[in-house]
Design a binder for this molecule. Sequence first.
Ligand SMILES: Nc1ncnc2c1ncn2[C@@H]1O[C@H](COP(=O)(O)OP(=O)(O)OP(=O)(O)O)[C@@H](O)[C@H]1O
Ligand SMILES: [Mg+2]
Length: 308
Amino acid sequence: MIETKGLTKYYGSLAAVVDLNLRIAEGDIFGFIGPNGAGKTTTMRILATLLEPSSGTASIDGKDVARLGKQVRRVVGYMPDFMGVYDDLKVFEYLEFFAAAFGVARGRRKATIDGVLELTDLEGKKAAQVDSLSRGMQQRLQLARVLIHDPKVLILDEPASGLDPRARIEIRELLRELRRMGKTIMISSHILSELEEMCDHVGIIEHGRLVFSGTLEEIRQRVGLHTKVRVRISGDLDKAVEMLSVLPEVQVVRKLEDRLSVTLREGGSDGGLIAKTLVQADIGLLELVPEQLKLDDAFLQLTKGIVH
Ligand SMILES: Nc1ncnc2c1ncn2[C@@H]1O[C@H](COP(=O)(O)OP(=O)(O)OP(=O)(O)O)[C@@H](O)[C@H]1O
Ligand SMILES: [Mg+2]
């Protein structure tokens, strides 16, 4: 649904985006993650037809963004990372303005506006001044605005930034709802864990280059966070260390205060053999858990170039 090939953008001599190749499938929620200045907004603005690439191509729904801007804008809802100031404008006036701008027929505007207000849970704020809304409500209003022309594709630049945890959850739920409606969503953030529960795929960008692209599961494997298991037993720890150390899939066993930390060899399993060995030896197994993925640690590893 969204595809870039060799996408590159220079601002003068500064390379903001370099040879970016992305493929986002229809119906996917794609998390676009990177630190400040990585090139997220630049990429999204190109996709939203607001900026021309220096070289390379980008297309949405099979339409080249640089050549078929008008058609692309019809299928894309773009939410920028900042909101303009709208003095003295009420919520429904604001949405009416955009409905008109997007060519929603006069007779359908009211129903359309009511629909997006309901979806974003802002019905009660219809007559409120835009400037009087809280930040979380303003973000939802932004989403209501980008939904006005019922776009298939949403490009959302940091929609959850600056929100408190509750407002963040509300946005997350709203995005899930939009996905159920069949939208393809590209969403940026500089915090990987913020998108963890939401995204099918993520792309990590740094200094304009894609350093990783894949599923969260692939990130876990890539940074090796899968290869450690925590084991708690009721029996003799030393005996367990002895038994586990000789297993072919085990690299090292460390004895901690009340448990064992087992590091598996590359390509090692999920620890099934460990469980089997302990159980067969009649050692009571209380707990066997893969070490939790600390996504933000993974992100730091990936963006520091530790992993290639
Ligand atoms: N209009 C511009 N003119 C010149 N340089 C720019 C312009 N916009 C962005 N840049 C530069 O391009 C690089 C990428 O910026 P961009 O805004 O795309 O990053 P970002 O990933 O969205 O960052 P953030 O997380 O801070 O929003 C940065 O070095 C930035 O300074
Ligand atoms: Mg940005």
